[in-house]
Design a protein around this ligand. Structure first.
Ligand code: FDA
Length: 305
């Protein structure tokens, strides 16, 4: 039953009509709960408050699977303005971007041109830009772009997903670039031909990847809300004598707030992924697929309004 519900939410996450409806209705239901605001200026205060509590952030302008060049360019301009604000306001923040929001599905030249403008600004201001990993059909292209950009820019990182069979090999291949990597379990609906269907296998692979990344000497972000993985990481770091400045934990804004602060108190680096923007529907549906209890407050509001 759990799998059926999960698949339904993941299926709905790509529904354009519901996405447009959600945008029209605004972000009141989710603002301050799972997103910081509907634009960046209105999100700055929340980020400052998180920073004051010792939590670093990575901000994400919501929106994905863009299929118009005009929108991809607007997204790029927004990312540049956000990086400039991060620098001007002295926020302890990275920025996360999705390649499909910058034109990946439209054309290679477009996404390269947009990403180059963003990275030029990021490098100038010393702000790290992480390329989020999207669904499997985009994985190869995304990693290829990452490798290309990493030759010229330091301020770039990316994400690997433990549910994909290919990830162990990807990690090995990327390691010579000494990347800053975020490891996640994976949030999209993928076929058995490319991804482990059983959660147990995903969890095992996740542990394996954390260890592999530590042993390769890479700075590793362990992005999970799972206590079991957090305790595993702490134990592994102690056993392999990995210092606390070689890894960090990451969680999504609005999830496990108490645990986030506890990790900071225990001396670990903790980064909160803070989404903002009007295009919150796809993100919201993936969170619902992961754990409906987390955001049942918002789901009730979404249905009622
Ligand atoms: P999982 O869903 O496996 O749950 C395991 C256990 O953890 C649960 O049984 C429960 O006990 C506990 N738990 C989980 N969530 C909880 C909560 N909110 N409160 C209390 N307990 C909870 N995905 C992707 O494909 N590409 C990407 O770029 C990213 N980026 C990203 C950034 C960050 C910062 C995070 C935290 C996550 C992502 N993800 C992602 C999403 C990721 O792939 C994954 O879908 C979710 O993190 C859910 O997996 P978990 O490991 O958190 O726990």
């Amino acid at each position: 039953m759990e799998t059926v519900t999960k698949n339904l939410f993941l299926f709905l996450s790509k529904n354009n009509w519901l996405n447009e409806m959600a945008k029209k209705r605004g972000g009141n239901i989710v603002t301050g709960k799972i997103i910081a605001g509907t634009d960046f200026p209105s999100s700055v205060q929340i980020i400052k408050e998180l920073n004051t509590r010792g939590l670093a952030t990575t901000v994400d302008h919501l929106g994905e699977f863009v299929n118009s060049e005009k929108t991809a360019v607007e997204r790029t301009e927004e990312a540049i303005a956000t990086i400039e604000t991060i620098s001007r306001e002295r926020l302890d923040s990275h920025m996360s971007v999705k390649m499909t929001s910058l034109g990946l599905d439209i054309g290679r030249d477009l996404v390269i041109s947009n990403m180059t403008s963003i990275l030029d600004t990021a490098e100038k201001h010393g702000v790290m830009v992480t390329i989020d990993m999207e669904d499997e059909p985009r994985c190869e292209k995304t990693l290829e772009l990452f490798k290309q950009f990493k030759q010229s820019y330091n301020c770039i990182s990316t994400v690997l997903q433990a549910y994909l069979y290919r990830t162990e090999q990807d990690l090995k291949e990327l390691s010579s670039l000494k990347p800053f990597l975020r490891l996640v379990k994976g949030a999209y609906k993928e076929p058995q031909t490319v991804a482990y269907p059983d959660k147990k296998d995903v969890d095992e692979n996740y542990k394996k990847l954390i260890e592999q990344s530590f042993r390769l000497g890479l700075y590793t972000a362990i992005a999970t809300h799972d206590d079991h993985m957090i305790e595993y990481t702490k134990g592994l770091a102690a056993r392999l004598q990995i210092p606390n400045n070689q890894f960090e934990f990451q969680m999504l804004y609005g999830m496990r707030n108490k645990t986030q602060l506890e990790l900071v108190e225990q001396g670990y680096k903790m980064r909160v992924y803070v989404p903002y923007g009007r295009d919150w529907y796809g993100y919201f549906m993936r969170r619902l697929a992961e754990r409906p209890a987390n955001i049942s407050f918002a789901f009730k509001g979404f249905v009622k309004n």
